[in-house]
Design a protein around this ligand. Sequence first.
Ligand code: RB5
Length: 142
Amino acid sequence: MKLVIASDHGGVNLKKAITEHLSEQGIEYTDLGPDSTASVDYPDYAKPVAEKVAAGEYDKGILICGTGIGMSITANKTKGIRCALVHDTFSAKATRQHNDSNILAMGERVIGQGLALEIVDTWLNTEFEGGRHERRICKIEE
Ligand code: RB5
């Protein structure tokens, strides 16, 4: 699996925790930045991640900002992207099973690191169920 991740300044600390967690599990990723808490604009980071996932350069993406909201709004402007803003493990599982979400967004100012890492694990390890959900995803694309 090829994974791409980015944040803004409001999400950089949680992003670091996630990338460390991925490395511990031997999961490779590309981090498109930023590296510091200096103020940046979240669309400048969400759009490249969305475009790379939509183009098939990466299988999945993870976007972190203060709330996850700006990142998810931006990512979902790119055709082919199904970005899910998730702050609980039930939704992390359901959005993979039902929506085949290809980008996960979370807010560093909303949840703690422990829960965020569980959400990442759940989201990465849950398969799309297909079937009736495939038809619904096609309607989104149309
Ligand atoms: C940055 O202050 C903040 O607005 C951003 O991280 C995010 O929460 C936007 O949706």
